[in-house]
Structures are given as structure tokens and as C-alpha cells.
Design a protein around this ligand. Sequence first.
Ligand code: AMP
Length: 221
Amino acid sequence: MTGSKKVAKKKPASKPAAKMKAVVKAKNPKPVPRRPIAHAGIPASLVPLKARIRSIPNYPKPGIVFRDITTLLQDAFGFRKLVDDLVQPHAGSRIDAVAGIEARGFIIGGAVAHQLSVGFIPVRKKGKLPWETIGVDYELEYGRDRIEIHKDAVTKGQSVLLVDDLIATGGTAIAAITLLRQAGANIVGCSFVIDLPDLGGRKRIEKLGVNVQTLVEFDGE
Ligand code: AMP
């Protein structure tokens, strides 16, 4: 046959290609704006840390004002600033590990350890760690509690920075310092987001010869 060339039929756009487009689109969604905290017209990046903390009266029991840092943690500017402010004073000092007290101390201490490029030691409530532990009992307002670390969590002579969200009476942090020292740590400092100075915890910790760093005070509030 002459003049009757077969013309390859153009294939219609295949379904998989169309699907791919949709997938690529889904992978690159519109950026979600950082969640700014509404605060009297002040740009989110300038809102002080204190204003990012939620205070909950009568929680967990009547008469206690619970200082809730979840509002600070969920805010990108706030969390970044919190970690930067905790790390900044330690620039250039020797820190071998960060120890964080369960549970909020894990969130903050983990981020601080990452920023300092050092390891993290979890200080846990009684019975939570899976291997052999050493622990210290301490007094609470009502009753006693115990904190523990793995018995190989600290290497003798390691310089350790202790981190938690808040000091009230200082009892928990003092128990952690005692425990870490028993394990051979050299405590280079304690860093907290919040101090409740009326409860005297800071002074008690300083009496042990430990430097205390706090970012926000709730004084008689
Ligand atoms: P203390 O041992 O008395 O210094 O208490 C400190 C520990 O208890 C920290 O781990 C805090 O997370 C928690 N805590 C004590 N008081 C408050 C409070 N008012 N708001 C939030 N957490 C608190």
C-alpha cells in the first residue's frame, strides 16, 4: 500500500501521570503560617515568654495556680526562644550531658541537649526505667516520692546540666542533683523556665553550690 502511512495515535494523558500531579501537590501544600499568639498587636516574635505561659487556677487542686507551658511549647517562636535563652549562657562551657526531669524536663532538656550537641539523661519517676536503676527518695507536700536513673546513665566526672520546667520548693531538683552526684556527675548548673520565688526553691538549690538559671518568675501571683 502506498501513501497510507500508519500514524501512531497520540495516547491520551495517562491516568497515573494525572495522579502523580495530585500527589506532588499534596506533598507541597501551602505553608501553614506559624501560629502567632494574639497579644495586643505586638508581633508574635516579640511577645515575652511569660505571656506565652498559661496559668490555670485551682489545678490540680484548690489553691494551686498551675503554670502550663504547653502554650509556650506549641508556639514556634516561643519554643525556639526558650531553647536559645536556656542554651546561650552555656556557650563555651564544658557540658557533657543534659539531664531532664520527667516529664516536661524531657521536652525542654531534650531540645537543649540537641542544641548543645550532647547526650540526654532521663531522670524518671519510680519504676519507669527498664533496666537497673539507682534512686533517691524525697519529700512531697503530702508523702514521699522517688526519682531514678539507670545505674550506667552517668560516667564519673561527667559535667551535667540539669533541666526542668519549673522550681517551686526545689525538692524535685535537689533530689535529682543528689542522685546525679551520687552517680558521679559534676552538676554545672540547673536551668528552669519558671521560678516561683515565694517557695524558696532557688535559694535551696544555690545552697548546694549549684548555679540556677531561670527565665520567668511568677512572684506572689
Ligand atoms: P518542687 O519539687 O516543689 O520544686 O516542684 C517542682 C516540680 O513540680 C516540677 O517538676 C514542676 O513541673 C511541678 N510543679 C510544681 N508546682 C507547679 C506549678 N505551680 N505549676 C506547674 N508545675 C508545677
